[in-house]
Design a protein around this ligand. Structure first.
Ligand code: NCD
Ligand code: ZN
Length: 344
């Protein structure tokens, strides 16, 4: 197997970078590895208008290291009140590329999310007409549903009916975690796609409990059983253009994770493409990494792929125990352990 691989510069199609001083800690990690990233709008308060998204893009650009070319691709946060006119403005903006749907209460900073999808139907109709993608956090929030089943139940009870109502709506089912999601994707048309994170390719739910409770492995949707990880790995390495890279790197301060009620989110931006290379190498599918990381996403979003390249070498390096995070610090994925691939 080759010890060096050169790829078209990849993009990250699902990323959280937060705001303020934190931007200067996390944006450089992504900008060094990726040409562009779809930026999640779940700030407090959320990014709900094109004007706010454009201002946020400006703040992100200030945190890109000098001499590095990196473009934030902005999204709007869908609420019960998002008007069709805001969608028209989004379509007209060169900065805004999608709208994010969080079921209210599903995850970090989602209290402003959609309480009843029916309230957004006029808005979704305009998105469908314009081909503006809807990015979906696909988990039901019903406390009666087992937390490990929330994605599969969402597909059956929310997503399938939604696509029956809006059959041309472009959809990305974000950070899929289950065999059921893979099977659903394989049965849909080309305008329905999915992102897959490095942690869901590399870890199963045992990683939450190895020798004790591991808050830094807690994210949403939560890690699943090994059989689901295998299904995701198979999908990601299949070459099918429906599946593409989205890290869902979601930094939280160490104290907010190491808590009696720790936040959901795993930080992976410091080693993102390297971790995907590990997962693809494990599956004997390094030759498929470029499609997944650099080609399928731009094709779905109707953008050109990048023209630059990056090179990765099989050479272990140790991840720091902690990284700065604004005034605080965070614990990155693999903290104190090795990653098998290095960016040359
Ligand atoms: C994300 C965050 O922290 O913003 N957390 C996570 O566990 N993935 C929110 C999200 O994408 O669900
Ligand atoms: Zn996310």
């Amino acid at each position: 197997m080759s010890d060096e691989i050169t790829l078209t510069l990849p993009d990250d199609w699902h990323l959280h970078v937060r705001d303020g001083a934190a931007l200067f800690s996390v944006v450089p990690d992504t900008a060094r590895r990726f040409g562009r990233a779809i930026i999640m709008p779940n700030l407090r308060p959320p990014v709900t208008t094109v004007a706010e998204a454009e201002a946020y893009a400006g703040r992100i650009r200030e945190a890109v290291p000098a001499g590095v070319a990196f473009e934030p691709l902005m999204t709007l946060y869908l609420t019960d009140k998002t008007r069709p006119e805001e969608i028209e403005r989004a379509v007209a903006s060169p900065r805004v590329h999608a709208v994010k749907y969080y079921p209210a209460g599903a995850t970090t900073n989602s209290d402003a999310g959609v309480t009843d999808l029916a309230r957004t139907f006029d808005t979704l109709a305009v998105m469908e007409d314009h081909g503006l993608p809807l990015l979906i956090h696909g988990e039901v929030t019903d406390p009666a549903v087992d937390v490990f089943d929330r994605e599969a139940v969402f597909i059956d009870t929310v997503l399938i009916p939604l696509l029956q109502r809006f059959p041309r709506l472009r959809v990305v089912l974000e950070h899929i975690t289950t065999r059921q999601a893979v099977e659903f994707l394989l049965a849909t048309e080309d305008h329905i796609a999915a992102t897959i994170t490095p942690h869901h390719l590399l870890l199963n739910r045992n990683a939450l409990f190895t020798g004790g409770i591991r808050p830094h492995h807690y994210c949403l949707p939560v890690l699943k059983r090994e059989a689901h990880r295998q299904a995701l790995l198979e999908a990601a390495t299949s070459g099918n253009p429906k599946f593409f890279l989205g890290t869902d790197s979601a930094p939280h301060a160490r104290a907010a994770k190491e808590s009696a009620c720790g936040c959901a989110g795993i930080y992976s931006a410091h080693a993102a493409i390297e971790l995907y290379a590990e997962a693809f190498a494990e599956a004997g599918a390094l030759a498929r990494l470029e499609g997944f990381a650099s080609r399928h996403g731009p094709a779905f979003y109707g953008l050109p792929h990048n023209t630059e390249t990056i090179t990765l070498r099989r050479e272990p390096w140790t991840v720091p125990e902690r990284l700065p995070f604004g005034e605080e610090e965070l614990v990155p994925l693999r903290a104190g352990e090795t990653v098998g691939w290095r960016l040359v």
